[in-house]
Design a protein around this ligand. Sequence first.
Ligand SMILES: Nc1ncnc2c1ncn2[C@@H]1O[C@H](COP(=O)(O)OP(=O)(O)O)[C@@H](O)[C@H]1O
Ligand SMILES: [Mg+2]
Length: 384
Amino acid sequence: MTIISEIDAHFTATSADDKKAAAAGVNAFVRAERTSAADDAEDVVRLHRVSRRFGTTQALKDVSLTVRRGEILGLIGRSGAGKSTLIRCLNGLEQPDDGVIEIEGHAITGLSEKALQSVRSRVGMVFQHFNLLSAKTVEQNVALPLKIAGYDKARRQARVAELLALVGLEDKAKNYPAALSGGQKQRVGIARALAASPALLLCDEATSALDPETTRSILALLQSLNQTLGITILLITHEMEVIKKIAHRVAVINGGEIIEEGPVWQVFAHPQSQLTRTLLQGLLPQLPEALAERLTPVRQGEAIYSVHYAGQGRQGEILTLMAAELPGQFRLIQGGVDHIQHYAIVRFFFSVPVDNAASEQAVLHWLEQHQATVELTGYVSSNA
Ligand SMILES: Nc1ncnc2c1ncn2[C@@H]1O[C@H](COP(=O)(O)OP(=O)(O)O)[C@@H](O)[C@H]1O
Ligand SMILES: [Mg+2]
């Protein structure tokens, strides 16, 4: 039994606690939600044509987005793209000007502050700068949402112990945040966000203040929480690396608009927008700089092509196959194979001499037959 279902069972079984919870603002809506078929509903979050303006700034523009139950959805965009505004709309801190937002099938737009509280209890929030209370110990920080939800002291203590074990901080219960490393602070933040067994974890740049190694360990923790507790995660970031490591799907936001969306492997293999390509730049093989500088659009010397490809199983071995079936007809310049979600993501650059049109046509034809995306990058003179 997972911790969440255990808590859920407890929640519906003890009517005295139910009354207490109701008094604390966790109203009938949440209890009905927990026992209804909506628990199995596919979508945890639905945004339908959501817009939000601040004066002349359109922070969100006609955004439609779905977070499915059990998935990790990555939302990536540059600073100012509208990511935090979207999150603030999801937890009711911000009201959209237009559109509908549903959490677990319930519209949250236009709710009273009291009704919003129960929605918020279904949503856990993890912050970039942890937002821990410095005058409270680790266990007190984690217990805070439980207090608000009306758990009695014994249940709070049991739950806090469970949560600290879950994030690997059993031995830090009595410490104050100042005595913790950044990674440990974020683990406390995650434990606190999970305390009231939310359906959704919102992570706003949760690893952006951490070094690469700590980032990896926090991402591994989020991934394992997703796998073991089945918790749905909306992961907001400006780093494609984060998306690549743990997200199932990704949406790209720019100027308040979702400009691209899909399974992570697909977006890596076939990025549609220029922004996505730019965001992917550090993660995909690039032409060597010295060569890139010599590129010209004038047909001469050698033609340089780039190839994007994604395949499963043997299909992923396109480079090996290409070398075997077209021996000596192209020169591999740079590139390789990456693996995302059981797909081999292949990206490479090759060249063919322009005076060998037969080879060039043979190679291009072969790649077309294998459904690879090929683009002419330019030419370099062969006498440089
Ligand atoms: N309360 C606000 N008042 C005025 N402008 C805001 C407010 N919140 C956000 N904005 C503007 O909306 C845009 C999106 O901001 P934000 O959602 O914080 O972006 P991100 O989190 O992607 O960096 C920015 O141009 C920002 O300046
Ligand atoms: Mg932000």
